[in-house]
Structure formats: structure tokens, C-alpha cells
Design a binder for this molecule. Structure first.
Ligand code: HGY
Length: 308
């Protein structure tokens, strides 16, 4: 986009800055959207630097090691507006045969990291009543996550995507399980009620199985309403360019969700093949990609204001 503006010698009243936010997914170092969260003042830089991965390595040490610690003061660069282009990571646009998603809202997210501690013992010689089986606890809480999400349809999703079983041996009853619950909803109240029900249910399961239970909030953001002026710029661009479009609530979390706290923000979404994402088969067509890029280009240009 910037190359095209330069090729066409188009100047804008407001400079256009391209940002690559570090650690958007948060899979190795939780929470997701970590760098944009620090920029938006949702986390302190020191807190983020102190986050550790499963091996105890600190985020700050690791980005220092790869030479990614910059010298600019975080948040020093103020923004007039922020736009983000992304695939939908879901099936709606493709199913409805629409070129563009005009993202009006983003659903809220809760990542609850659960640690269940029982006792390692032999799977063959330990009588059933004597077992402190953390693996059984994880299975029951995983089922509970699904049950809670299904009770809150259509506006809730929930799953466990990450789990570590210790010592993870065929003939040892798991003494410890660490796993992460991913709950999401566009409704703040639903998001809160699902977490409350999960915590109560997990306590009961741990008590029944005589396990120790720890639950850490490993990631959180409230449902997001994007800026109406920026959303209108996206919608107007799609209409001017003749692309079919619908309003969309983003199912996935994005850096724009945090940046919306400190600057007017909006997102442009395009379809992805079979609505698949976070899968090696994730794909996009050239037509979808160019439609998304064109709408982003026009929305940003309208907002940055051409001066020559
Ligand atoms: O997981 C998500 O919400 C996105 O892919 N960051």
C-alpha cells in the first residue's frame, strides 16, 4: 500500500505507519496481543517482559536475545486512527459469498490456565479408590467447558486447546496437568457468567477427586465496539469499489481490539478457504486478498487525507 502511494506520488496529510505487533497469538508467551496490549496501556512493559513460557524463559530476555528490544518509549507515537486487515478465520464470509467483512465488533476472550495437582502412581498397581488422577480432572473440566459453551449458544464458544500432562508416561497416573481454557463471547455478561460457572464447577471436580486446583487468568479482553467513523470508512470503501460486504463480529482477537482503547480503530476482513485458520491448510484466494487490500487502501487514504 505504501509502495503504491509512493509509486503514484500520493501525499497524505497524516503519515501512514505500518506496524507489526509482537506476540499477537500469545501461544508461547500468554497473553495474546501482548505488545499491542502494552502499547494500549493494558499491561506494563515490565509485566510483559516477565511473562514466561513453558520452559520458564522470560519474554523480555528472549526478545533481547533476538535483538527485538527497541529504544522508542512504548506508546509515545500517538495515532489518529488504526486499521487492520485480516482473514475472517471463520466460515461466514465464504458461506454468504461476500468479499468483505466490515468488522463492527470483536468478541471478548478469557484464557484460564488451570493447574491440577494429584499424585503420580503406577497405572497397574494403584487401586482405583487410592488414585489422585489429575488427568481425570482435566478430562472432566474439558467436558465442563464444552457444556458451558453449549448452554450459552449461539453467542459463546469454548475449548481447551493447550494441555501438558506430567509425567506423560503410558504407565503413570498423571500427577499434574496444566491446560488452558479459551472462552469467548460478544456479550460481556455471558463472558463473565461462563467464567463464574467454570470456576465453581472446577472447584467441585477438584474436591471430588482430591486434587489441588489453581486457575490463572492467562489472557483477557472485553468485547470490543470499533470506532464508527473508521468502520464507516471501511464500509464506504467497499461500496465505492463495488465489493459485496456484511457487518461482522470478529470471532478471533486482534491487535485492533487493544489499539481501539487508545485510538479510533476498525478492521477489514476477507474470506478464507473453508473458514479454516490455525491450520496448515489455511488459505486465501488472490481475489479475496486484493479486495481486502483495496478496501484497506481506500479506508486508510480517506482517513489520512490526500493532499497531493
Ligand atoms: O486467537 C485469536 O483470537 C487470534 O488468532 N489471535
Amino acid at each position: 500500500m505504501v509502495r503504491t502511494l509512493n509509486d503514484l506520488n500520493i501525499k497524505t496529510r497524516r503519515p501512514i505507519v505500518i506496524v507489526n505487533w509482537t506476540n499477537e497469538e500469545g501461544t508461547r508467551f500468554a497473553p495474546p496481543m501482548m505488545a499491542s496490549g502494552v502499547f494500549a496501556g493494558m499491561h506494563t512493559q515490565d509485566w510483559a517482559y516477565g511473562r514466561t513460557d513453558a520452559d520458564g524463559k522470560k519474554f523480555g530476555d528472549e526478545i533481547q536475545r533476538i535483538g527485538w528490544v527497541g529504544d522508542e518509549k512504548v506508546g509515545a507515537r500517538k495515532m489518529h486512527a488504526f486499521f487492520e486487515l485480516h482473514i475472517e478465520q471463520g466460515p461466514i464470509l465464504e458461506a454468504e459469498n461476500k468479499d468483505i467483512g466490515v468488522v463492527t465488533h470483536g468478541q471478548g476472550l478469557n484464557w484460564l490456565q488451570v493447574t491440577l495437582t494429584g499424585r503420580e502412581s503406577h497405572t497397574g498397581s494403584t487401586p482405583m479408590p487410592m488414585r489422585l488422577n489429575a488427568g481425570l480432572g482435566m478430562a472432566r473440566i474439558t467436558e465442563l467447558v464444552h457444556t458451558i459453551a453449549m448452554k450459552n449458544q449461539p453467542e459463546a464458544v469454548g475449548a481447551v486447546g493447550h494441555c501438558e500432562v506430567y509425567p506423560n508416561s503410558r504407565n503413570i497416573i498423571p500427577g499434574k496437568c496444566v491446560f488452558t481454557i479459551d472462552f469467548r463471547s460478544p456479550s460481556f455478561d455471558t463472558q463473565e457468567s461462563m467464567e463464574k460457572e467454570l470456576r465453581e464447577g472446577a472447584e467441585n471436580i477438584a474436591k471430588e477427586l482430591k486434587l489441588e486446583l489453581e486457575i490463572e487468568k492467562a489472557g483477557h479482553f472485553d468485547p470490543v465496539t470499533f470506532d464508527e467513523t473508521c468502520v464507516a470508512a471501511v464500509r464506504n470503501a467497499a461500496e465505492r469499489l463495488g465489493y459485496s460486504h456484511i457487518n461482522l463480529i470478529s470471532g478471533a482477537g486482534h491487535d485492533a481490539c487493544w489499539i481501539n482503547k487508545v485510538a479510533p480503530a476498525a478492521m477489514v476482513m476477507c474470506p478464507c478457504v473453508d473458514g479454516l485458520s490455525h491450520n496448515e491448510a489455511e488459505d486465501i484466494s488472490k481475489d479475496w486478498a486484493s479486495a481486502g487490500a483495496n478496501v484497506l487502501f481506500q479506508a486508510v487514504l480517506e482517513t489520512a487525507e490526500i493532499i497531493s
